[in-house]
Design a protein around this ligand. Structure first.
Ligand code: NAG
Ligand code: NAG
Ligand code: NAG
Ligand code: NAG
Length: 682
């Protein structure tokens, strides 16, 4: 009897454990996963809730598995269950379009994979490749073409069973609603959503990817497969990524998974957005070969360059270059200053290209050298002419252009070195010290007077076009200086400041811009307003990940303002230590500048007067959206917010690669109502 009882209780215990077996998971960001996810290798969960599988260091592996196994098979008949998963990832390559190796959704019998990095993707090692006993099922998102495993290219999706030689693969892409196939670059640095569905009745596995939240109807890869013999009853699910000689940062933004059912949908807009990493989106270098081939190519290039140099003496000065104002540096000088454009000297990437720190060999002064690649001679010539006149602009709140150098397709711009980096970094990227209100107010006033100088202080009206926190640099005394005049076009005083292409950053873009396509001093003021609110609140103009929905800063500030609780929005990191009068004035000014109607915004001259305390702002403000009624919801807006509000969009500019122009064109032709979320009538 006792035996029977204990058998019985054991049976009950067993059935309880079985019934508490998870059959699904859902993570919109990985902030609160606690111990539910086991990390190994280089994987880490960042404060933003992004799961980073690897960084850009060579030969790393990162694994992240759900900590308890899922039951993948019916224990009675041994048939694999259906399952469905959806996740969002982003791959940010080390060099433009050069990164590796990729990541894989992984179903494995252990969380502790004894595997290799590089082409093995952290899944298998050289001795267990292809073994039936691996019980490994993976869907790879591979960014390097490896000939050993018969990869089709350096941008593909593949189904891997116990091996890295894919059983089926497809070039990364998706089918649009009209069934046309669109290419998708896995290592574009942008968020991509993937869906993997296994149907145990049809015995088919479908893989779908898209840059948007909604799932395309047609999968990119469909492969008939019975998983029953491959899987064991209990399996772990998760992700693996690796780097090799080529490296990328591999990020997971969200993940949902379910056995015997449809995984819960993930909205890209509700997931954390990518950190402001170095983004190299402008070089149109297309290299799609394996490591060995790259090395070969590099060797060939080196030989070619050597021969070329012998024939042609490096920089030939053309007539028009002699007419230009600012100092012309020799290439050798700048090369020496930046230690041969060494990676260690890299400060980051600005509007057009990479920015290096340097010390000029003769004067020993520190400079920042921006290296821009440009292919078209014509464009280059115009651009240099523009840069030259910009070089004549002088103001203590502008980052001074000291000189330049042209060498074939490369344009090098030499600027004053700004010891304290960008305002963006000091406000957001977990700064070491929090800027005090006094410092912030000084920065704001500085930027305002720099912008006033551009608008009114020079013989021509200069429109900045891309005022934003990452373009405000801080010198050694923490003065704010406007940088990156690359986007500015000089407009004659009084003439119609017409232009054909809209440039800017979402959240700072005045609502009339997509419609008129004309940057004006008023649109600069709009962007400056966004900056004011950003500095006072310590939040970005648009925060896609703010819960429960994305936060449009100006709307939030306005709501608190009319409720009479405007101090609630002040950056909590200031610990209440601020001059209330100044803060309220800056917030009110931010609201005024954010008005949808260009003419309702103050001019920079008025703004400077307010900031200097020479005039008072009335409490009777107009709602920012007063002049534009109706809140238009446009499908796809969330995706725009998600992708463009993240700093990958910061690098958008008029001289960028065609890919960026294409993505921007879709924004600039969007209806105005796209922006009316922030222009709601109250
Ligand atoms: C973590 O796992 C426990 C037990 O399975 C579950 O109750 C909890 O909801 C999970 N947490 C998250 C964030 O999924
Ligand atoms: C990447 O990770 C490795 C190992 O964790 C670490 O040593 C290295 O400093 C990291 N590199 C960067 C650029 O963060
Ligand atoms: C497992 O298979 C048996 C026999 O085919 C069936 O009766 C049972 O319902 C299945 N269990 C599950 C959980 O699907
Ligand atoms: C390769 O993987 C197998 C199975 O995971 C493991 O038993 C073996 O020790 C690994 N070999 C090496 C050299 O790591």
């Amino acid at each position: 009897m006792a035996k029977l009882l204990s058998f019985f209780s054991a049976f009950i215990f067993l059935s309880i454990t079985v019934s508490s077996q998870p059959d699904q998971l859902f993570f919109a960001g990985f902030k609160d996963v606690g111990t539910n996810i086991t990390l190994s290798g280089n994987a880490e969960i960042q404060k933003t809730g992004i799961l980073k599988l690897t960084n850009e260091t060579s030969r790393l592996m990162g694994h992240a598995f759900y900590n308890s196994p899922f039951q993948f098979k019916n224990s009675t008949n041994g048939k694999a269950f259906s399952f469905s998963t959806s996740f969002a990832f982003a791959i940010v390559p080390e060099y433009p379009k050069l990164g590796g190796h990729g990541l894989a959704f992984t179903v494995a019998s252990s969380k502790d994979l004894k595997a290799l990095p590089s082409q093995y993707l952290g899944l298998l090692n050289a001795s267990d490749l292809g073994n039936f006993t691996n019980h490994l099922f993976a869907v790879e998102f591979d960014t390097v073409q490896d000939f050993e495993f018969g990869d089709i290219n350096d941008n593909h999706v593949g189904i891997d069973i116990n091996s890295l030689t894919s059983n089926a693969s497809a070039i990364a892409g998706y089918f649009a609603d009209d069934s046309t196939k669109k290419d998708l670059i896995l290592k574009s640095g942008r968020a991509i959503q993937a869906w993997i569905d296994y149907d145990s009745v049809e015995k088919i596995i479908n893989v779908t990817i898209s840059p948007f939240s909604s799932k395309p109807r047609i999968p990119i890869l469909s492969f008939p497969l019975d998983l029953s013999p491959i899987l064991e009853e209990f399996m772990y699910v998760g992700f693996s990524a690796s780097t090799g000689l080529l490296a990328s940062s591999h990020y997971m933004l969200g993940w949902s998974f379910k056995i015997n059912g449809q995984a819960r949908a993930l909205g890209l807009s509700s997931l954390p957005s990518l950190p402001g990493l170095k983004k190299h989106q402008h070089t149109a270098l297309t290299v799609g070969v394996s490591v060995s081939a790259i090395l070969l190519a590099l060797l060939a290039i080196a030989v070619a360059i050597y021969l070329f140099r012998k024939i042609k003496n490096a920089d030939i000065i053309e007539d028009w270059e002699l007419e230009l104002g600012p100092h012309r540096y020799s290439y050798q000088e700048l090369k020496k200053a930046t230690k041969g454009f060494g990676e260690k000297e890299l400060l980051g990437s600005g509007g057009f290209g990479l920015v290096y720190k340097g010390t000029l060999p003769k004067s020993k002064t520190q400079v920042a050298v921006k290296r821009i690649s440009h292919k078209s001679q014509q464009g280059l010539r115009e651009f240099v002419a523009e840069i030259a006149s910009i070089g004549r602009l002088r103001h203590r709140n502008l980052v001074q252009l000291l000189g330049w150098c042209r060498r074939q397709g490369d344009l090098l711009l030499v600027y004053d070195f700004m010891a304290n980096g960008s305002l963006d970094n000091s406000l957001f990227d977990e700064p070491k010290t929090i800027l005090s209100w006094e410092q912030r107010f000084t920065i704001i006033k500085g930027v305002a007077s720099g912008l006033l100088y551009l608008h009114e202080g020079y013989e021509q009206v200069v429109i900045h076009r891309d005022v934003k926190a990452s373009n405000v640099l801080l010198d050694s005394e923490l003065n704010g200086r406007l940088g990156d005049f690359g986007l500015a076009r000089l407009c004659e005083h009084g003439s119609n400041p017409g232009t054909t292409r809209v440039v800017g950053t979402l959240g700072y873009l005045a609502p009339e811009l997509p419609r008129t396509g004309k940057a004006t001093t008023c649109s600069d003021v709009f962007a400056f307003g966004a900056l004011l609110l950003e500095v006072a609140c310590g939040r970005r103009p648009i925060e896609p990940e703010a819960m429960p929905e994305e936060l449009v800063l100006v709307d939030w500030v306005w709501d608190r303002f009319i409720e009479g609780r405007v101090l609630d929005v002040v950056d909590p990191r200031l610990n209440g230590e601020y001059n209330e009068e100044e803060v309220v004035m800056v917030l009110k000014l931010g609201i005024m500048c954010s008005n949808n109607a260009p003419m309702a915004r103050p001019s920079m001259r008025q703004i400077v007067r307010y900031l200097e305390g020479e005039a008072d702002i009335s409490d009777d403000l107009r709602a920012p959206g007063e002049f534009n009624g109706g809140k238009g919801h446009v499908e796809g807006f969330d995706d725009f917010v998600h992708s463009f509000a993240s700093s990958s969009f910061d690098k958008m500019n008029s001289y960028s690669s065609t890919r960026n122009n294409a993505s921007f064109a879709s924004l600039s032709t969007s209806p105005l109502s796209l922006f009316q979320g922030r222009g709601e009538t109250r």
